[in-house]
Write a protein that binds this ligand. Structure first.
Ligand code: UDP
Ligand code: MG
Length: 322
């Protein structure tokens, strides 16, 4: 690791020719003010406009600028991951290229990091210039995710955050493909805190997150951190069986205590409920097994040690079981 670099700023870019100039200028201004060595890593996620040409120009003028270009569009979360693989700094900051995340907030994050926090994430108190639909669906998604998992994934928080080197190293050890990076950061743990901000409008250009990509991201988030959807089949199955059995019991009671004639289709419906319930429950059980297989294939480490105390250096060597 290059010990000279203190901060690595990772900026995923996808067709951002309209803003990239301003973004570079503002980031440079903020990072220069720290008076510490830093690098700006632009991860070009397969842009097909002038983004590459513009960033190459920054690289030629400024040693702090680095560019990684993907062979095609692999997606925002993968771009962030690549940035982390190449980052050399003691602290790593991920920020969007469209200036919706104010670069000035990085200074606040650095201050918290110097206080001893390992992760400083930026929590949005307001989102400006985004459609009602986007704001409401995002709001709903964060709440559903929070309710579906035991993991403490902060709401209204994107990927704009600072990570200590050791958090970055742990993230690099997670080999899963469908990555929901902000969830993985929560999963890794360590001392985490928030700084609040109002999210600005995109400076120029259009969102690179159409509905299709948003749905993919939310499904990645939900399926990576929650088994609730599988469990729902079980609950629904048990409910159906109960309903079927109750109606059968009701019919039997009516038949025995009164002269009511129970027609055939009543019986068919009740039996249908019980049978569908049994099928759903069985599917849920198979789902539980698939869930466990999924858990194993993700190959996350079983635990992460943050500190060993009262041990000699040799004893401190962590042996991970994975
Ligand atoms: N981005 C990317 N690859 C993609 C989509 C987006 O690298 O496939 C980058 C984009 O250039 C920006 C960041 O990810 O820096 C966030 O995208 P955007 O601002 O369009 O999302 P929104 O803020 O509208 O949710
Ligand atoms: Mg944006």
């Amino acid at each position: 690791m290059n010990a000279d670099i203190r901060y690595s700023i990772i900026i995923p870019v996808y067709n951002e020719e309209a803003v990239i100039d301003q973004t570079y200028r503002r980031l440079k201004q903020v990072m220069d003010s720290t008076k510490e060595p830093y690098e700006l890593i632009f991860v070009n996620d397969g842009s097909c406009d002038r983004t590459t040409v513009i960033i190459k120009k920054f690289c030629d003028q400024d040693n702090a600028v680095k560019l990684i270009t993907f062979s095609r569009n692999f997606g925002h979360q993968i771009a962030i991951t690549a940035g982390m693989d190449y980052a050399l700094g003691a602290a790593v900051v991920v920020i969007d290229a469209d200036l919706q995340d104010p670069p000035e907030l990085i200074l606040e994050m650095i201050a918290k990091w110097k206080e001893g926090f390992d992760v400083v994430y930026a929590k949005r108190t307001k989102r400006k210039g985004e459609t009602f639909f986007k704001k409401q669906t995002a709001r709903l998604f964060y709440r559903i995710l929070k309710a579906s998992t035991d993991l403490d994934i902060p709401t209204d928080t994107g990927d704009f955050r600072l990570l200590d080197r050791r958090v970055c190293e742990e993230l690099k050890r997670l080999p899963e493909k469908n990555r929901y990076v902000r969830g993985l950061v929560s999963w890794v743990g360590f001392r985490q805190t928030a700084v609040e901000y109002e999210r600005d409008e995109r400076l120029a250009g259009e969102t690179k997150y159409p509905l299709k990509k948003m749905i993919k991201l939310s499904l990645d988030g939900l399926t990576s951190f929650s088994f609730k959807p599988i469990k729902m089949a079980n609950y629904a199955g048990v409910m159906l069986i109960l309903c079927g059995l109750l109606s059968l019991a009701g019919m039997l009671l009516l038949k025995l205590s009164t002269a009511t004639v129970i027609t055939g289709w009543n019986l068919v419906i009740a039996l249908q409920l019980v049978l569908t319930g049994i099928l759903l429950t069985m599917m849920g059980i198979i789902g539980e097994y698939i869930g466990r297989i999924y858990d194993e294939t993700r190959d996350r480490p079983l635990y992460i040690v943050s500190e060993c105390y009262g041990m000699k250096k040799k004893e401190r060597k962590v042996k991970h079981v994975s």
